[in-house]
Design a protein around this ligand. Structure first.
Ligand code: APR
Length: 180
């Protein structure tokens, strides 16, 4: 059963400006910031975010969040209350477990949302920038997993899929229209 389309919507713009319960960050395993949306979120959240992340426990040398997992922090200076940091797979051709790892990112994000009873989330196109994941395949995973989460979690009221460019917006729109 697909939830009403209104609960999963496309948003075109800068995720750091959204006053949702949480915005999702496409981070790396250090959680110490980077470029892309990670850099934008750290700039907008302020240096307290970096201090907070630095204090998070490492699960292995230099790694605070393994690929496919997620960690939640406060939003600090962001309009969003929380940030859910997840680490997407680097695209290596598609035979290194990338689809399963990207799927795991969304499931890890939605598990944290469920555990913290978050109602509204905004999610960028995880792995679709520096990490080079092919956009249509990534968009299909994103839409599929968002729909599953919305169907399974009545406390989850709205998920915004955030496109930073017109091109990505078109890809996400197509996935919304064609993914079962
Ligand atoms: N708001 C919304 N989306 C954004 C923003 C923004 N302000 N800035 C960039 N994006 C989009 C990109 O256009 C892309 O579609 O986020 C998507 C994810 O791209 P990246 O940020 O490059 O993330 P990813 O491909 O997952 O690579 C992660 O990049 O920044 C580093 O530290 C990060 O090492 C990690 C890697």
């Amino acid at each position: 059963m697909n939830p009403p389309a209104s609960r999963l919507t496309l948003y075109r713009g800068d995720i750091t400006r959204l006053a949702t319960d949480a915005i999702v960050n496409a981070a790396n395993e250090t959680l110490l910031g980077g470029g892309g949306v990670d850099g934008a979120i750290h700039r907008a959240a302020g240096t307290e975010l970096l201090d907070h992340c630095r204090a998070l426990p490492e699960v292995s040398r230099g790694c605070r969040c393994p690929t496919g997992e997620a960690r939640m922090t406060p939003g600090f200076r962001l309009p969003a209350r929380h940030i859910i940091h997840t680490v997407g797979p680097i695209w290596r051709g598609g035979n290194a477990g990338e689809p399963a790892l990207l799927t795991a990112c969304y499931r890890s994000v939605f598990e944290l949302a469920r555990r913290h009873a978050l109602a509204r989330l905004a999610i960028p196109a995880i792995s679709c920038g520096v990490y080079g994941y092919p956009w249509p395949a990534a968009a299909d995973i994103a839409v599929t997993e968002c729909r599953i989460a919305l169907a399974e979690n009545p406390a989850l009221k709205e998920v915004l899929l955030v496109a930073f460019s017109a091109e990505m917006a078109a890809v996400l729109e197509h996935a919304l229209d064609t993914t079962a």
